[in-house]
Design a protein around this ligand. Structure first.
Ligand code: ATP
Ligand code: MG
Length: 225
């Protein structure tokens, strides 16, 4: 298993004389959409990231008990949506691990995989950053990675900032303002189920995949998020 995982991670950090920056965009990606892609691209540019890994969660810790599409489908859509960007790499890292996914475990594993001249940057939207102080072993997350917190319509980044400051954990957070896209995976799933258009909310390739594989068509796929 570890060999498979290692093979699938892109190489980074070859030149010991320079620093490299690896972005990690975690999420359920059910499905991936333009909100995720714009967030990752703006983060890449703002923080001069060398690569961004799109890492669909295997069994997301916070979505237990809710219906989530098969990891292979969520991963496949990440492959399709990121194909044209040379800095974006879909990653099987979490879906190939057994059990519940915790961000701290992923960051620890990446820290072991990459040399010390590769710095880790964990990218989140304003909703996820608000929760991060309550994630498992938040203090270690703070030590392992710099956080990039992007604005997201409907969520108050100031509130997230306050909760991070109150937590007392030594988080290093870079706040970035990005073009507002009020797109969510939940809304896309709802629209597909209702037979409404999702065109221009995500890539044509992802829409094709959803249709071809009959994703989100049934009530059982409905869940709050
Ligand atoms: P769901 O509705 O199922 O929760 P989602 O659209 O929130 O899906 P996730 O996979 O939960 O997508 O989110 C992954 C990451 O992407 C999170 O850090 C989230 O904050 C961020 N994100 C998602 N959509 C946007 C958006 N439109 N703008 C900025 N950040 C976003
Ligand atoms: Mg979400």
């Amino acid at each position: 298993m570890m060999d498979v995982v290692r093979q699938r991670l892109p190489r980074l950090g070859e030149d010991p004389a320079r620093e490299y920056r690896l972005g990690i965009m975690g999420g359920t990606f059910d499905p991936i959409h333009y909100g995720h892609l714009v967030t990752a691209e703006q983060a890449r540019e703002a923080l001069a990231l060398d690569l961004v890994l799109f890492m669909p969660a295997g069994a997301p810790a916070f979505k237990l008990g809710k219906h989530v599409s098969a990891p292979e489908d969520r991963y496949a859509m990440c492959v399709l949506a990121t194909a044209a960007n040379p800095a974006f790499y879909p990653s099987r890292f979490e879906i190939d691990r057994d059990g519940v996914t915790y961000t701290v475990d992923t960051l620890r594993a990446l820290r072991e995989e990459y040399p010390a001249n590769v710095k880790l940057y964990f990218i989140t939207g304003a909703d996820a950053i608000l929760d991060i102080v309550s994630w498992r072993d938040a203090a270690s997350i703070a030590e392992l990675a710099t956080l990039i917190a992007a604005t997201r319509p409907g969520y108050d980044i100031g509130q997230a900032q306050a909760s991070i400051e109150e937590s007392g954990y030594p988080f290093d957070v870079r706040y970035i303002q990005i073009p507002a896209l009020a797109i969510s995976s939940s809304n896309i799933r709802d629209r597909v189920r209702m037979g409404k258009s999702v065109r221009y909310l995500t890539s044509e390739s992802v829409i094709g995949y959803i249709q071809k594989n009959g994703l989100y068509r049934f009530e059982g796929n409905e869940r709050d998020a």
